[in-house]
Ligand binder design. Sequence first.
Ligand SMILES: Nc1ncnc2c1ncn2[C@@H]1O[C@H](COP(=O)(O)OP(=O)(O)OP(=O)(O)O)[C@@H](O)[C@H]1O
Length: 378
Amino acid sequence: MSLLQLNGVKVHFPVRRGILFDRTVGHVYAVDGVSLSVEPGQTYGLVGESGCGKTTLGRAVLRLVDVTDGEVVFDGTDLAKLPDEEMRRFRRRLQMVFQDPLGSLNPRQNIESILSEGMEAHGIGANQAERRERIRGILARVGLPANALSRYPHEFSGGQRQRIGIARALVLEPDVIICDEPVSALDVSIQAQVINLLEELQQEMGLTYVVIAHDLAVVRHISDVVGVMYLGSLVEEAPSDTLYAEPRHPYTRALMSAVPVPDPEVEDNRERILLTGDLPSPANPPAGCRFHTRCPWKQETRCATDRPELRDLGGGHRVACHWAEEIADGRISPTHNAAQVVHGGHTEPAEPAGSAESTGAAAAVNTGKTEKAATAAE
Ligand SMILES: Nc1ncnc2c1ncn2[C@@H]1O[C@H](COP(=O)(O)OP(=O)(O)OP(=O)(O)O)[C@@H](O)[C@H]1O
């Protein structure tokens, strides 16, 4: 059985107006019907552009924001509708590690006090001496010096502060840790150390992770399963290796094509899908497929009218695109009239504007390549 299962989770924030902010004039559809499951001991990676609802989804699992609709089933109990009093029993078992370690640590508390706080609240340790012993053990395990106990957050480097954030979650002996952009505030040289630490801790303690990140490289390394979010919904989900080898949703393909390849020769020749246009507002999402306004493969039928459900392609690979198979085998090519092909930074216009009806505009100059480089016309 899954340890954590989300069924149709929605988080809609009301947009209020008026002098007293008492008039609801609309909603921000931050999370709009997400279903996924996370198995015990697994890492589920959640990726997507800024504003797609990743953080809100993580916060909804912990009930830090109210769930508008849907279920958050943790270890057999739906947390979404649980009264606050009962939710307290589960709080300890679900912890979060934040992006900005300094911002999430009280600068006036020393490390012992920061780490003791949650333990006291959850009745862990009979007294302070016992709690201190436990904190010492955890600090050593996350690679911090013993004298860290009496020091303050500003005395540590960024990487050390993230280790404190991890220790703060660990002292509560959680089952699930939601890591929200755990390394994006850190130097690249430090990122791998923190990721490795998270992996080691997972193996030793049997932890289950949900790792939220905009950086595909981070998620790839650490995740068993990856879910890609766009404008409040999951558009694709697959075992990590499958997703990276065979991305099926146009948005996932665009995200992947933006990741640089370390080999300069490959990097110079590889093609990229450049998405133009801003992410639409989650307060006013497009009808039909939410990605259709930026999708190079947009079709006249269905895309603007029918919202695609996540459907199973087999082997745990799910995709929310009406045309995933046709795009994959080349039966559908990019359809817009402002296609660009980017070769290692050199931009060449494809067919002249107006050739949209020749649906192979970008494909024509991409013959034999796996990725189609294109920009959306809108
Ligand atoms: N409390 C709130 N009230 C109203 N709107 C909110 C609230 N919290 C988030 N939003 C909106 O919900 C949308 C999703 O935000 P969220 O922070 O979950 O995205 P994200 O993918 O995690 O982005 P980032 O990586 O920038 O944090 C955004 O448009 C955001 O402005």
